[in-house]
Design a protein around this ligand. Sequence first.
Ligand code: TRP
Length: 334
Amino acid sequence: MNKKSDIVLSGVRPTGTLHLGNYFGALRNYVKMQEEYNCYFFIADLHSLTTHPDTKELKEHVLSVTAYYLAAGLDPDKSVLYCQSDLPQTTELYLYLNMLAYKGELEKTTTFKDKVKLQPENVNAGLLTYPVLMAADILIHRAKYVPVGKDQEQHLEMTRTFGNRFNHRYGEVFPEPKAFNYGNELLKVPSLDGAGKMSKSENQYATIYLSDDDDSIRKKIMKAKTDSGPTEPNSVKPDYIVNIFDLMRLVSAPAVIEKYEAAFNACTIRYGDLKKQLAEDMVNFISPIRQKAKDIRDNESALNIILKVGAQKAAENAQKTMQLVRSAMGLKYF
Ligand code: TRP
């Protein structure tokens, strides 16, 4: 297949464990995108320092996220996979962009205001300029498409602002990056407590992690809220029942879903059976990914090579951008 020249880029912070929302909301799409676009995916370890200054567990998190990315199907021969701190060009561009980013607009960023409330004792400059570093991540590759969720849209808008400011002041270097996902709506992966999305959930019992063992998956699903069942044929499903069916649609066979839909409509559904079925289908879905990630993680020297080669490939493109940037800015004295 002829790869399109359009560049797709996305990053993930190595804080916390990847969950089902990350898989269906992001990873699965990346795997598809790598067949059609020129893709860069990276682990945003520098961004994690804005909230997690302790680096004791950073290496483990970086390697683990990388292993899960590979286990989910990202292929280092098809997309460029690297760690942010291995690409120093990003931090150089971050410095230049910082001169084009104003304190007032940075202070207005929603994520900054949220973090100030969460960690009032550590309102560091890196936190304030988080969107500038993210802009550097994107602009360093002159990416056109950025697959991110709604919570990152403001950052993307700021990236366009900084890129355009650069272009106006120094000359055209950066294309405007756009949010991008397959389909209009991002797939919704509901939380198990009947409230919100799995990705937003703060409650670890309501979130299924890709690293959960089979029994934890079963326990979490069996605890999901239900009731005594519909009493009228063809009733409207309450939200928490809709959620269970939505989760089923992600991992169960169509015939299975039809069977339970019919049982719901006929008021013969037994929610215990529904959840047992979902639990087994979920286990069958997650356990191969978990095992594959573990095998990949256990072969650390192979993982190191993947990250090293990824960083080299990323640097080739980043260097080209930095030459354009430095020459546009006139930062060339010999
Ligand atoms: N801020 C993103 C998040 O929290 C992570 C990220 C960092 C990112 N740099 C990026 C995402 C560049 C897309 C592009 O999810």
